[in-house]
Design a protein around this ligand. Structure first.
Ligand SMILES: O=C(O)CCC(=O)C(=O)O
Length: 315
């Protein structure tokens, strides 16, 4: 799953700017719907009124068949080539990506890959820029013109930047260890972006930190499915309308914590181990868990969510 989180990668571009649209202008006049103030997207762009309303209501949107399926396979081939030659392609002077993350059980030697290729130990690749510059394949993908037009509408600006670029791929074999699950979390926790007051504190009301707040903070978490994503192979899951509940306390999962979409006790199978940075929200309720929606995606589908929605990628 190739991911451009917070404002998709972009090179400087000149686009028409309409000031009203950058401030969540009413959509009624143009779309023939009842005027309604939508805060999370702007009106100028390819998203339909229904898509904008669904994003506002649910805290996520899935755009089906966004990219041609055939365009996805080369991304995965490229990812595999990088995993298989990390010394050259990640650590070398010509490297074009930042890092590969291996599962903790591979790192500590408790999971032996045997004859399997190195890619079977890797759970994600970070950063589409390395020591030698940009990766043409992944940066080219993130700069796709059609994608950028959508991203601009979520971000509310044509001045785009990335906070995090990832290729997430949980290989078979590691899933039995259960450490590859990222518990339910908000990306807002990882990138506390927003206006600050004179003392440097983020403004709660304006940027989604306070319960009930849906204000746009210029961040979108966009995932493209490169391979088919199902509930069996670890598709993303999201708790609808969780973007209205403010920023919540995160930690590594503790026993009894409602963090795993499968409902399994967290510590029982992972042996108390955590992959670095796999934090989750501590107080997810049973009622919230009952509403969980899997993003079952076909290659080329794109999902988008604001950074304050509660979601995760399973094993
Ligand atoms: O599963 C992962 O490693 C990351 C997926 C995810 O939910 C995230 O990065 O926000």
């Amino acid at each position: 799953m190739a991911r451009s989180r917070r404002r998709a990668a972009a090179q400087p571009r000149r686009l028409r700017r309409l000031a009203a649209h950058l401030h969540g202008a009413p959509i009624g006049a143009r779309d023939g719907h009842q005027p309604e103030q939508l805060e999370l997207t702007v009106a100028d762009g390819p998203l339909t009124a229904e898509q904008r309303q669904a994003y506002e209501r649910d805290g996520y949107l899935i755009c089906r068949s966004f990219f041609p399926r055939a365009a996805m396979a080369p991304l995965h081939e490229h990812y595999l080539e990088i995993c298989r030659d990390p010394l050259t392609k990640v650590k070398g002077p010509d490297a074009r990506v930042s890092s590969l993350v291996r599962d903790i059980n591979v790192v500590d030697g408790s999971h032996d890959l045997g004859d399997l290729g190195l890619e079977y130990g890797v759970i994600k690749m970070n950063g589409f820029v390395g020591l030698g510059g940009e990766d043409e394949v992944f940066c080219g993908f993130a700069r796709d013109e059609k994608l950028l037009r959508y991203i601009e509408q979520f971000v509310g600006s044509d001045e785009l930047d990335t906070f995090s670029e990832m290729y997430v791929c949980k290989p078979p074999g590691l899933d039995e260890l259960d450490t590859t699950r990222h518990p339910l979390h908000q990306d807002l926790f990882y990138m506390p972006r927003g206006e600050r007051d004179s003392e440097g504190r983020l403004s709660a009301e304006r940027h989604g930190y306070a319960p009930g707040c849906t204000a746009r903070n210029g961040v979108v978490c966009a995932y493209t499915a490169v391979l088919k994503a199902t509930t069996e192979n670890g598709a993303l899951v999201c708790i609808p309308a969780s973007h209205r509940r403010g920023l919540r306390r995160h930690s590594y999962p503790t026993p009894g914590q409602n963090a795993d979409p499968s409902g399994a006790p967290w510590e029982a199978s992972s042996g108390g181990k955590n992959n670095i940075g796999y934090f989750g929200v501590q107080d997810v309720t049973d009622e919230e868990m009952a509403t969980i929606v899997p993003f079952t995606l076909d290659p080329g589908d794109v999902s988008a969510a604001p950074s304050f929605s509660l979601f995760c990628a399973a094993s």
